[in-house]
Design a protein around this ligand. Structure first.
Ligand SMILES: [Zn+2]
Length: 107
């Protein structure tokens, strides 16, 4: 039997807290969720080698703004789709993945 979220709450500007049916409470940073995005294009991006160090990194406007969750809605009864403030919304976060991310908060 898997735990399911019983409460979603924002934590500050760029954090998320999920309370689970097993009594656990986990806190996530939006950046962590975005970096762990399970969609195909993000997985591909992560598997590529980092850019050569002699290239100056380009910071896009969306990256310079603090990242936030624009929308989060259930997908069936096993996952959430999360839309980020940078417009990215193709990641489907299974409950299993959400339980591996974040940090348990002391209750
Ligand atoms: Zn993605």
């Amino acid at each position: 039997m898997n735990a399911i979220p019983v409460k979603l709450a924002r934590s500050g500007v760029s954090g998320l807290v999920i309370e689970w049916s097993d009594g656990q409470s986990r806190e996530y940073s939006v950046r962590e969720l975005r970096d762990a995005c399970p969609c195909a294009s993000c997985r591909e991006k992560r598997s590529q080698p980092p850019a050569p160090a002699n290239l100056l990194p380009v910071l896009s406007l969306s990256e310079a703004r603090p990242l936030a969750i624009a929308k989060m809605e259930p997908v069936g009864n096993y996952a959430y789709s999360i839309e980020f403030s940078d417009g990215h919304n193709t990641g489907i976060y299974t409950l299993e993945l959400l339980q591996q991310l974040g940090q348990e908060t002391g209750v």
